[in-house]
Design a protein around this ligand. Sequence first.
Ligand code: GLU
Length: 503
Amino acid sequence: MGHTVRVRYAPSPTGMQHIGGVRTALFNYFFARSQGGTFILRVEDTDQTRFDPRALQDIYDTFEWLGITADESPAAGGDAGPYVQSERLDLYRSYADRLVQAGRAYWDYTSARRDHDAESNSGEAGGYNYEGRDLTPERVAEYRAAGVKPVLRLLVPADGKTSFDDLVLGTIKRKNKDLPADPILLKSDGFPTYHLANVIDDHLMGITHVLRAQEWVPSTPLHLLIYEAFEWEPPRFAHLPMVMGKDGSKLSKRHGATSLIEFRRQGYLPEAITNYISMLGWSYDDSREFFTRQELEDLFSVEKINKAPAVFDYKKLDWYNGQYIRRCDDDRLVELLLPYVQAAGWAAGSGGDGAGAEDRERLAALLPLIKERLKLLADVSDLLRFVYEDVNSWSLDDLIPKKATAGEALAWLDAATAVLEDRPLPEAGDDAAEEAYTEALREAAESAGTKLGNLMMPLRVAITGSRVSPPLVGSIRELGMDEARRRIAGARAVLAAAAEKNA
Ligand code: GLU
């Protein structure tokens, strides 16, 4: 390879990091690592009207949470800095002058009002009809006398075409006359637009490959015209496939969470997010699904990026998350779950962070009950509510299995309780005893003329207050037989009253 790979993630701090942005960041990072190259974080904050300091912080938080570090960035510094565009304004202006001198850009005095919209999308707000192209010196003088500040526009040639070989999409060709009309490079307040700042920085920072979202494809020919005007060699481009919802429309809030912070709050693990997002438009082969971050750093390649849109499947992400929770070591899982236990008000406290050693121990002891069942960390509150809180009201709808009567449910609760009273609960981890216990329950179900699931349901609801619960025998062991008996009696009274009424 000629020169070493230098890539960048160049977010605009205008909103919280979303799935598409995280995917772009990860692909650039993995590509750099797999090539022994350099990964740069550049903050594109030239649109001061949409700048949001929380969005800037969110960029840094996202990197930290994902565990990815940029080799050059506002925090790490680097030879090509500063890495924040608002700190590079003089540079953009001096380069812009060069374009004017070369006759490739011109000052337009007719657009002062329109340039406010110039940044709100990738191109022009629309409506420009080249009015500013050939102003006579007299007209310019009039505008100036009136205090009008000009915008700088790229002179897009009327003839010819601009094309590039996209590493993902192949050859893309556009007639210059179909490109947006002379896009603004500098706004009247002297701030550069995305197009100008992005090209100058990619060049000055020695970017070799631009991996970015497909929504930028229409801007790329404009960027190439700017490279050409500067007589700079452009980088290679790889536009990443769109991310769609299951219905085939662009992923949006209608489909569910889209910003990383929402996923974090719901309790997704960084390794699950990293793994799943890396599969959005990239695959190593057709079957392999699990990759550690290190493996992605080794194996990632641009050749394996797909052209076709990727579908974001929330269920699949949940599945990954469950898988990674099972793989998580217990100490870490306790720390990850504690905030949810605290938020539910179940931590006794005493630790500096509001949770103490006893809270950790209690949760650690409960892990075997839930580790196999958690999809999201936040699920812990539903799964363990019955342990931390009393269960003292039972809904008949829950207590009575589908298509059964109150009388049947009562009989099944009694039959299951008889097994409980008849034999000691198996010790935790004693698989053989657990097996025998289940067998006894199964026999009781058979004698009662029903399935094991039906027999267990009233008991499950009596104990946990819910139809979905951790494994029942373990749950009872956790509560102790005394508490279990108390709850069974309470639920039994509800069922008995209903059975009476029906009789
Ligand atoms: N600042 C642009 C964005 O937020 C960067 C696009 C690019 O990578 O060129 O998406």
